[in-house]
Design a protein around this ligand. Structure first.
Ligand SMILES: [Mg+2]
Length: 237
Protein backbone atom coordinates (compact mmCIF):
# COMPACT_ATOMS: atom_id res chain seq x y z
CA UNK A 1 0.00 0.00 0.00
CA UNK A 2 1.30 3.48 -0.87
CA UNK A 3 2.26 5.58 2.09
CA UNK A 4 0.01 8.59 2.54
CA UNK A 5 1.43 12.10 2.91
CA UNK A 6 -0.51 14.23 5.38
CA UNK A 7 -1.27 17.72 4.05
CA UNK A 8 -2.79 20.20 6.45
CA UNK A 9 -5.19 22.98 5.42
CA UNK A 10 -6.38 25.49 7.99
CA UNK A 11 -9.08 28.14 7.94
CA UNK A 12 -8.01 31.58 9.19
CA UNK A 13 -10.91 33.60 10.65
CA UNK A 14 -12.05 32.28 14.01
CA UNK A 15 -9.76 29.24 13.63
CA UNK A 16 -6.19 30.60 13.62
CA UNK A 17 -7.45 33.85 15.15
CA UNK A 18 -9.70 33.94 18.18
CA UNK A 19 -12.25 36.17 16.47
CA UNK A 20 -13.57 36.32 12.92
CA UNK A 21 -11.33 39.17 11.76
CA UNK A 22 -13.16 39.72 8.46
CA UNK A 23 -16.59 39.98 10.11
CA UNK A 24 -15.26 42.31 12.79
CA UNK A 25 -13.52 44.44 10.19
CA UNK A 26 -16.65 44.86 8.07
CA UNK A 27 -18.77 45.63 11.13
CA UNK A 28 -16.29 48.18 12.44
CA UNK A 29 -15.42 50.02 9.23
CA UNK A 30 -18.41 49.20 7.03
CA UNK A 31 -22.17 49.27 7.59
CA UNK A 32 -22.93 46.78 10.36
CA UNK A 33 -26.63 46.41 9.51
CA UNK A 34 -25.98 45.97 5.79
CA UNK A 35 -23.25 43.48 6.62
CA UNK A 36 -25.43 41.37 8.93
CA UNK A 37 -28.21 41.36 6.34
CA UNK A 38 -25.84 40.30 3.56
CA UNK A 39 -24.33 37.50 5.69
CA UNK A 40 -27.83 36.20 6.50
CA UNK A 41 -28.71 36.19 2.78
CA UNK A 42 -25.48 34.34 1.98
CA UNK A 43 -26.20 31.72 4.61
CA UNK A 44 -29.69 31.28 3.17
CA UNK A 45 -28.17 30.66 -0.25
CA UNK A 46 -29.64 33.89 -1.66
CA UNK A 47 -26.30 35.62 -2.20
CA UNK A 48 -23.09 34.18 -3.62
CA UNK A 49 -19.84 34.35 -1.66
CA UNK A 50 -18.40 36.79 -4.21
CA UNK A 51 -21.45 39.09 -4.04
CA UNK A 52 -21.32 39.01 -0.25
CA UNK A 53 -17.74 40.30 -0.20
CA UNK A 54 -18.44 42.94 -2.85
CA UNK A 55 -21.53 44.10 -0.91
CA UNK A 56 -19.67 44.33 2.40
CA UNK A 57 -16.66 46.06 0.87
CA UNK A 58 -18.70 48.76 -0.78
CA UNK A 59 -19.61 50.31 2.60
CA UNK A 60 -16.08 50.31 4.01
CA UNK A 61 -14.48 53.59 4.96
CA UNK A 62 -10.96 53.25 6.34
CA UNK A 63 -7.41 53.91 5.20
CA UNK A 64 -4.94 51.06 4.77
CA UNK A 65 -3.12 52.34 7.88
CA UNK A 66 -6.33 52.29 9.93
CA UNK A 67 -7.10 48.76 8.75
CA UNK A 68 -3.59 47.58 9.62
CA UNK A 69 -3.81 49.15 13.09
CA UNK A 70 -7.01 47.17 13.65
CA UNK A 71 -5.09 43.94 12.95
CA UNK A 72 -2.84 44.45 15.98
CA UNK A 73 -5.89 43.94 18.22
CA UNK A 74 -6.54 40.44 16.82
CA UNK A 75 -5.10 37.57 18.84
CA UNK A 76 -4.09 34.11 17.65
CA UNK A 77 -5.50 30.86 18.97
CA UNK A 78 -3.31 30.00 21.97
CA UNK A 79 -2.08 26.71 20.48
CA UNK A 80 -1.63 27.62 16.84
CA UNK A 81 2.09 28.40 16.95
CA UNK A 82 2.84 25.10 18.68
CA UNK A 83 0.71 23.25 16.12
CA UNK A 84 2.53 24.95 13.24
CA UNK A 85 5.93 24.13 14.80
CA UNK A 86 4.90 20.50 15.20
CA UNK A 87 3.90 20.27 11.50
CA UNK A 88 7.21 21.89 10.55
CA UNK A 89 9.24 19.46 12.65
CA UNK A 90 7.39 16.55 11.08
CA UNK A 91 7.94 17.93 7.57
CA UNK A 92 4.18 18.29 7.10
CA UNK A 93 3.04 21.07 4.82
CA UNK A 94 0.49 23.48 6.27
CA UNK A 95 -1.43 26.00 4.19
CA UNK A 96 -4.10 28.55 5.04
CA UNK A 97 -7.29 28.61 2.98
CA UNK A 98 -9.44 31.66 3.57
CA UNK A 99 -12.56 33.22 2.13
CA UNK A 100 -11.46 36.46 3.82
CA UNK A 101 -9.02 39.13 2.69
CA UNK A 102 -5.26 39.08 2.19
CA UNK A 103 -4.28 42.30 4.00
CA UNK A 104 -5.26 41.16 7.48
CA UNK A 105 -3.99 37.60 7.01
CA UNK A 106 -0.53 38.77 5.93
CA UNK A 107 -0.41 41.46 8.63
CA UNK A 108 -1.45 39.13 11.47
CA UNK A 109 0.94 36.40 10.29
CA UNK A 110 3.76 38.93 10.14
CA UNK A 111 2.98 40.31 13.60
CA UNK A 112 3.30 36.76 14.93
CA UNK A 113 6.46 35.78 12.98
CA UNK A 114 4.47 33.35 10.84
CA UNK A 115 4.88 34.99 7.41
CA UNK A 116 6.41 31.79 6.10
CA UNK A 117 2.96 30.12 5.98
CA UNK A 118 1.44 30.18 2.49
CA UNK A 119 -2.13 31.40 2.27
CA UNK A 120 -4.82 31.51 -0.42
CA UNK A 121 -7.49 34.18 -0.02
CA UNK A 122 -9.37 36.97 -1.72
CA UNK A 123 -7.53 40.27 -2.14
CA UNK A 124 -8.22 43.81 -0.95
CA UNK A 125 -7.13 47.00 -2.64
CA UNK A 126 -7.30 50.21 -0.61
CA UNK A 127 -8.10 53.41 -2.49
CA UNK A 128 -7.64 56.28 -0.04
CA UNK A 129 -10.54 55.46 2.32
CA UNK A 130 -12.42 52.84 0.33
CA UNK A 131 -11.85 49.20 -0.38
CA UNK A 132 -12.05 47.20 -3.57
CA UNK A 133 -12.04 43.41 -3.50
CA UNK A 134 -10.35 41.25 -6.08
CA UNK A 135 -11.37 37.62 -6.41
CA UNK A 136 -8.47 35.77 -8.04
CA UNK A 137 -9.87 32.33 -7.24
CA UNK A 138 -13.56 32.89 -7.95
CA UNK A 139 -14.74 29.50 -9.18
CA UNK A 140 -17.93 27.91 -10.34
CA UNK A 141 -18.93 27.34 -6.74
CA UNK A 142 -21.35 30.13 -5.98
CA UNK A 143 -21.31 29.55 -2.24
CA UNK A 144 -17.75 30.84 -1.86
CA UNK A 145 -15.62 33.65 -3.25
CA UNK A 146 -12.47 31.56 -2.72
CA UNK A 147 -13.76 27.99 -2.69
CA UNK A 148 -11.67 25.94 -0.28
CA UNK A 149 -12.95 22.71 -1.78
CA UNK A 150 -11.64 23.79 -5.17
CA UNK A 151 -8.30 24.76 -3.59
CA UNK A 152 -7.96 21.33 -2.01
CA UNK A 153 -8.81 19.54 -5.25
CA UNK A 154 -6.26 21.52 -7.23
CA UNK A 155 -3.49 21.36 -4.61
CA UNK A 156 -3.54 17.69 -3.64
CA UNK A 157 -2.90 14.35 -5.26
CA UNK A 158 -4.03 10.74 -4.86
CA UNK A 159 -1.38 9.88 -2.24
CA UNK A 160 -2.24 12.76 0.07
CA UNK A 161 -4.06 12.47 3.36
CA UNK A 162 -6.04 15.69 3.59
CA UNK A 163 -6.38 17.20 7.04
CA UNK A 164 -8.69 20.19 7.50
CA UNK A 165 -9.18 22.46 10.51
CA UNK A 166 -12.02 24.98 10.51
CA UNK A 167 -14.92 26.60 12.28
CA UNK A 168 -17.46 28.05 9.89
CA UNK A 169 -19.82 28.26 7.00
CA UNK A 170 -17.11 28.90 4.38
CA UNK A 171 -15.47 25.56 5.27
CA UNK A 172 -18.39 23.49 3.95
CA UNK A 173 -16.85 22.79 0.53
CA UNK A 174 -13.49 21.88 2.07
CA UNK A 175 -14.65 19.27 4.56
CA UNK A 176 -16.42 17.14 1.97
CA UNK A 177 -12.98 16.34 0.47
CA UNK A 178 -11.02 16.05 3.73
CA UNK A 179 -9.95 12.73 5.26
CA UNK A 180 -9.45 14.05 8.78
CA UNK A 181 -11.61 16.97 9.89
CA UNK A 182 -11.18 19.08 13.03
CA UNK A 183 -14.29 21.18 13.53
CA UNK A 184 -15.76 23.66 15.97
CA UNK A 185 -18.71 26.08 16.07
CA UNK A 186 -20.83 26.23 12.90
CA UNK A 187 -18.64 23.74 11.06
CA UNK A 188 -19.11 21.19 13.81
CA UNK A 189 -22.87 21.53 13.42
CA UNK A 190 -22.55 21.18 9.66
CA UNK A 191 -20.49 17.99 10.00
CA UNK A 192 -23.06 16.58 12.43
CA UNK A 193 -25.95 17.33 10.10
CA UNK A 194 -24.17 15.92 7.08
CA UNK A 195 -22.67 12.82 8.69
CA UNK A 196 -19.10 13.94 8.12
CA UNK A 197 -16.78 12.32 10.65
CA UNK A 198 -14.87 14.97 12.63
CA UNK A 199 -12.91 15.62 15.78
CA UNK A 200 -14.30 18.46 17.87
CA UNK A 201 -11.79 20.98 19.21
CA UNK A 202 -11.82 24.21 21.13
CA UNK A 203 -8.24 25.32 20.44
CA UNK A 204 -5.11 24.17 18.61
CA UNK A 205 -3.63 22.57 21.71
CA UNK A 206 -6.37 19.97 21.36
CA UNK A 207 -5.81 19.65 17.61
CA UNK A 208 -2.09 19.15 18.23
CA UNK A 209 -2.53 16.47 20.84
CA UNK A 210 -5.07 14.54 18.75
CA UNK A 211 -3.16 14.93 15.49
CA UNK A 212 0.17 13.86 16.96
CA UNK A 213 -1.52 10.80 18.50
CA UNK A 214 -3.04 9.88 15.13
CA UNK A 215 0.35 10.18 13.40
CA UNK A 216 2.10 8.24 16.16
CA UNK A 217 -0.40 5.40 15.95
CA UNK A 218 0.17 5.15 12.20
CA UNK A 219 -3.49 4.20 11.95
CA UNK A 220 -4.81 6.74 9.51
CA UNK A 221 -6.47 6.21 6.20
CA UNK A 222 -8.47 8.08 3.64
CA UNK A 223 -12.07 8.76 4.52
CA UNK A 224 -14.08 6.71 2.06
CA UNK A 225 -16.75 9.33 1.31
CA UNK A 226 -14.14 12.06 0.87
CA UNK A 227 -12.22 9.91 -1.57
CA UNK A 228 -15.38 9.20 -3.58
CA UNK A 229 -16.22 12.92 -3.64
CA UNK A 230 -12.72 13.76 -4.87
CA UNK A 231 -12.94 11.14 -7.56
CA UNK A 232 -16.38 12.42 -8.63
CA UNK A 233 -15.00 15.97 -8.85
CA UNK A 234 -11.99 14.92 -10.95
CA UNK A 235 -14.22 12.96 -13.32
CA UNK A 236 -16.60 15.90 -13.71
CA UNK A 237 -13.82 18.15 -15.01
MG1 LIG B 1 -13.55 30.67 9.93
Amino acid sequence: MTELTPRVFVDFDGTITRIDVGNSFFRKFGDERASLKAVAKWKAGELSGSDLLIEEAKHVSVSREGAIAFCSTCELDPGFKAFFSFCNEQGIELKILSDGLDFYISEILEQNDLSVIPYYSNKAKFNSHSLEVELPYASECHKCANCKGYQILTQTGPDDLIVYVGNGFSDRCAVQYADIVFAKDELLKYCEENNITYFPFSDFNEVLSRFSAILKSGRFKKRHRAELKRREAYLAE
